[in-house]
Design a protein. Structure first.
Lengths: 165, 294
């Protein structure tokens, strides 16, 4: 049941990202990365092990759909889920400010990693300019959406816990 | 008391007489009112004023309450009406926009002699670092890898992957290695190579095709597809130069280009199945790229 719900959530997130969010003219010419937010939120809630697995599978799914270099996104999101999971024991996970900060920092670090990986595969990008013009706006959008997705994840976990009880 | 009782009829008669006299006296217009009238009227005036004021306040309050209730009903009705009209206006604007796009597309198709297939954009790449989109035509419609994809505004990209019912289009702006188009500076006819990726997302880089430097390239120059391109018909706008970078000899070594097509608002694109080299160069009025480009 958990797997099905997570699969549906990830599929819906990707669909929203590639249709509705893609049509919005946001500064920076970027769109929020819902899968990265979900990976961070999942890591914060379930710890580094499950966070990493979720990030890996969801990132791989998105990479396959992207038609680009498969694996870069998966690696970035797996590391994001893992790193967020390391914070699980030192933060109060019911506070909605936690995902906001985690999403901001996570986006800055892992999207920078993502961009560097693309550049290392000869993508015609300039890191310094894109860090300011694309990654920082993306971090803001992701941190704004993070509480919403985190709240959704908490509700889903509560539903699953009630069902299993 | 007995005295009054014995004379009661007389007293009543006197009262009648007195009243009759008073009636007669007061029925006529007098020079001034009597002292009694004056006294009572003067004494009563402030009290009457207060009562009048209270009455007015109560009356006005009641009127206000009833008016407010009436206004609330009217307000609710008007709000509903405004909402309905706004929705209708939005729908009409949407329809008008679609209509214009369809007219433009129809005119565009009519003017072309290339064998083309119209396709709807289903989705855009969910990631931020790769620039591709998915269209609703595939192998079953005769699409093949590397076919050129254009819109009435200009070059969109080329087919990257073909599935049975869908195809992946790599956009002009995708920065991956090997994504380039042969172009030409419209003003000078200098040959150029346009590669995806620039300084910011959604931009491309223009480099000279033959030498290391452009003999003459300026900002706002339009780059169009070259006749030497294997995939694209000649003369299709690729974009506008927004920034030039000079080499050590003060000549332009490369430039940043903003595409003619606004990719995130694309709805319909055209895949060129077979280009007609004898066709007139692209003369669509939309080839006029606004200074802001995307």
């Amino acid at each position: 049941m958990r797997f099905v719900m997570l699969a549906v959530t990830v599929s819906l997130a990707v669909a929203v990202q590639s249709t509705w969010l893609a049509k919005i003219d946001l500064p920076g010419y970027v769109k929020p990365d819902l899968i990265l937010i979900l990976a961070i939120a999942y890591g914060l809630y379930h710890g580094f092990y499950k966070g990493a697995i979720f990030g890996l599978i969801a990132g791989l799914f998105m990479d396959v759909l992207s038609g680009g270099i498969v694996g870069i996104g998966a690696l970035a999101k797996m590391t994001a889920g893992f790193s967020a999971g390391l914070l699980q024991k030192i933060i109060f996970r019911d506070n909605l400010l936690v995902p906001v900060l985690a999403a901001f920092l996570g986006t800055v670090i892992f999207e920078a990693f993502n961009l560097l990986m693309h550049i290392s595969f000869h993508a015609n990008y300039r890191f310094d300019l894109l860090f300011i013009s694309a990654i920082l706006p993306m971090a803001v959008y992701n941190s704004l959406l993070a509480p919403l997705l985190y709240y959704f994840l908490l509700k889903m976990e509560k539903f699953l816990a009630d069902r299993e009880a | 008391m007995q005295w009054f009782a014995d004379r009661r009829f007389l007293i009543i008669a006197l009262i009648f007489l007195l009243l009759t006299w008073v009636m007669f006296v007061t029925s006529r217009e007098r020079e001034s009112e009597g002292k009694v009238e004056y006294f009572f009227n003067t004494a009563m005036a402030p009290l009457e004023s207060i009562f009048n004021y209270c009455g007015m306040v109560l009356h006005d309050s009641w009127k206000t309450v009833t008016r407010l209730a009436q206004l609330k009903v009217e307000n609710d009705l008007l709000r509903k009406e405004i909402e309905r009209l706004k929705t209708r206006q939005l729908t009409l604007e949407q329809l008008q926009k679609e209509n214009e796009e369809l007219r433009q597309a129809a005119g565009f198709v009519k003017a072309q002699t290339h064998e083309m297939v119209a396709a709807e954009v289903i989705s855009v790449n969910p990631g931020n670092w790769s620039r591709t989109l998915t269209i609703n035509r595939g192998k079953n419609d005769g699409l093949k890898k590397n076919m050129a994809v254009i819109s009435p505004k200009g070059v969109v990209g080329r087919i990257l992957e073909v599935r049975d019912y869908t195809a992946e289009v790599i956009l002009l702006t995708d920065p991956r290695d090997g994504n380039y188009i042969g172009g030409m500076v419209k003003r000078t006819q200098n040959m150029a190579i346009v590669t995806g990726g620039g300084e910011y997302l959604g931009e491309c880089t223009v480099r000279p095709a033959v030498d290391n430097f452009f003999s003459d390239l300026k900002e706002n120059d339009i780059i169009i597809t070259a006749a030497t391109s294997d995939l694209f018909p000649r003369g299709i706008p690729i974009g506008r130069v927004v920034k030039v970078s000079y080499g050590p000899n003060k000549m332009v070594a490369k430039a940043i280009l903003r595409p003619a097509v606004k990719f995130n608002q694309l709805r319909t694109v055209f895949v060129i199945k077979r280009k007609d080299d004898s066709a007139e160069p692209f003369t669509e009025s939309s080839a006029i790229i606004p200074p802001g480009g995307e």
